[in-house]
Structures are given as structure tokens and as C-alpha cells.
Design a protein around this ligand. Structure first.
Ligand code: CP
Length: 308
């Protein structure tokens, strides 16, 4: 099996065998991060640039750590302090950055399709670190790795994804990812936050959190994107928490060994109670750890010497 892509733009573009290859490679990279010297020379002489038009804690930091663990050089453009504020276009910004000869550009952008736009125009690789409401492929890959480690498999599982589905690129990438690997995905949220096309992606759709978590092997809670809630998507935060917030009382409906995940950042006490977020079923911080390994694997396949 070879990984022949120039870019990583979405899970929709990957074959199950390619997802498996990335996950297996990420699993083998994990031990590098617990060595006394957390570095191997695999990507020495390569350069990764990050360009984030939206805030990030986990994704940007873990891409930078991943590159450094593989001995690649890193450079981050701080968009708020860049010439973007003077009106420089996305294409001009990217062409100017590419003129400095990076091997791969990691971009987060509020416009769906921005990484695809760049991938068509740049010779260097492009990695989508989250585009608008579209995809966040490395988040789905780290979620898949976390489930694979916890359950020993990725097929035949019931995956519940709950919350603000409409604004979640994580939900879309995870629906593609878990469905491709042979699991069944149920999404739940208020009707106002459930876009109409979800069933065409292979997901089961419900407005009942209780229905979604019943018998679930994995529950993925999503951040309520509070910055958008002035637009009438929910009535009150309290009502949202009462109907769609995950609390300890819900866990007995799921499988005994259910795992709880969340991409972060958390709205504690809104979509997830602190007791659940910090409880024994939670793998939220393991997801973050796996984010480094998955991004090491993605960088390895896109800009490493060997393919497959
Ligand atoms: N999960 C995620 O994308 O987190 P950040 O926004 O902090 O990168």
C-alpha cells in the first residue's frame, strides 16, 4: 500500500487502506514522544509552514511538535500580524510563502475549500487543518487512532456524535472516517443544528441524545459554537445543556466500556459536564497526545522520502 497524495484535504478523499496506513504509522511513531530524546532525523532538511487564519491551541501546536519530533524545520505565519491585515489575498499570501520553499503548508481558514484552492495552485503539499464548515481531517485521524487503541478495532462500533453538527467540520470528517472503516455513526443535536444532508453521508440522524447514546461504544461530544448562537440556533444555554449536554446519568445507557471524546476546546457545563470530561471514561487528553503522532505520520507521508 502506498500513499500517493500531494495534499491532505479531507477524509472524503482517502481510501480505508490509506487511513489504516496513516494510523499504523502514527501508532509506531508514538513511542518517539516518550523517549528521553524526542527526536528522529526522518524529515531533516524539510520545512513545514503553518498559516492559521483562525485561532488554535491543539492543532497548530501539535503540528509544530510533530514536525520537530521528525527534525523538520517549522515556520508559523501569525496572520493577525501579517500583511493579510493590509488586504493581501489568500493566493498572494500563499504564493509568497511558497517562494520561500517550504515542503508543506498547513492551513486553517474560515472559508470551506480554501486549502483546496491553494492545493490546485501550489507545488508544495497542502494540509487542511480545518476549513470553514467542511473538514478537519487530522482531527478525524487522531479520533480514529484513539478509538482503535481503546477498542482494538474500528469496525462494528456504534459511534454517537452529539451537539452542534451544523457548524462542525470535525463531525463531517468523523462521519466519513468512521463510516469508511466500517462503524455506524449516529448524529444527534437540536433540529436547528442538524444540516439536511447528513443521511447522504451515511449517518443516522436523531434529535434525541438519549437515542444516540443508547448502546454506544464511543460518544464524541462537540463544542457548541457559542459565537454563532446569537443567530437563533438555540433558545437558551440552560435548555441546550438539559437536552444535549452529556452528564453522568447518560452513561449507563451506553456500553459499559463506552469512551467519551471531545475535540476541544470544551464548554464545561454546557455540552459536557466536568464529571464526564474528567471521568474514567474520558479519553479527551489521549486524543491530544494522539494528535502529535497522527500529524507526524501525515507529515511523513506527504514530505518524507519514502512513500508507503
Ligand atoms: N480540535 C481542535 O481543532 O482544536 P484547536 O482549535 O485548539 O486546534
Amino acid at each position: 500500500m502506498e500513499f500517493r497524495h500531494k495534499d491532505l484535504l479531507g477524509i472524503a478523499d482517502l481510501e480505508p487502506e490509506e487511513i489504516r496506513l496513516i494510523l499504523d504509522t502514527a501508532a509506531s511513531f508514538k513511542e518517539i514522544s516518550v523517549r528521553p530524546i524526542k527526536k528522529v532525523p526522518t524529515l531533516r532538511g524539510k520545512m513545514m509552514m503553518t498559516v492559521f487564519y483562525e485561532p488554535s491551541t491543539r492543532t497548530r501546536t501539535s503540528f509544530e511538535i510533530a514536525a520537530k519530533r521528525l527534525s523538520a524545520d517549522t515556520q508559523s505565519l501569525t496572520v493577525a500580524a501579517s500583511s493579510v491585515t493590509k488586504g493581501e489575498t489568500l493566493a498572494d499570501t500563499a504564493h509568497n510563502l511558497e517562494a520561500m520553499k517550504p515542503d508543506v503548508l498547513v492551513i486553517r481558514h474560515p472559508a470551506s475549500g480554501a486549502p483546496h484552492f491553494l492545493a490546485q495552485r501550489l507545488k508544495c503539499g497542502v494540509i487542511n487543518a480545518g476549513d470553514g464548515l467542511h473538514e478537519h481531517p487530522t482531527q478525524a485521524l487522531l479520533d480514529l487512532l484513539t478509538v482503535q487503541e481503546a477498542k482494538g478495532r474500528l469496525d462494528g462500533l456504534k459511534i454517537a456524535i452529539i451537539g452542534d453538527i451544523a457548524h462542525s467540520r470535525v463531525a463531517r470528517s468523523n462521519i466519513y472516517g468512521f463510516t469508511k472503516m466500517g462503524s455506524q455513526v449516529t448524529v444527534a443535536g437540536p433540529a436547528t443544528l442538524l444540516p439536511p444532508y447528513l443521511e447522504t453521508l451515511g449517518a443516522t440522524v436523531t434529535t434525541s441524545l438519549l437515542e444516540a447514546v443508547t448502546g454506544a461504544d464511543v460518544i464524541i461530544m462537540l463544542r457548541l459554537q457559542l459565537e454563532r448562537m446569537g443567530q437563533g440556533f438555540i433558545s437558551t444555554l440552560r435548555e441546550y445543556r438539559d437536552y444535549f449536554g452529556l452528564a453522568p446519568r447518560h452513561l449507563h445507557l451506553a456500553k459499559d466500556d463506552v469512551i467519551i471524546m471531545h475535540p476541544g476546546p470544551l464548554n464545561r457545563g454546557v455540552e459536557i459536564s466536568p464529571e464526564v470530561a474528567d471521568g474514567p471514561n474520558s479519553l479527551i487528553l489521549e486524543q491530544v497526545t494522539n494528535g502529535v503522532a497522527v500529524r507526524m505520520a501525515v507529515l511523513y507521508f506527504l514530505i518524507g522520502g519514502e512513500k508507503g
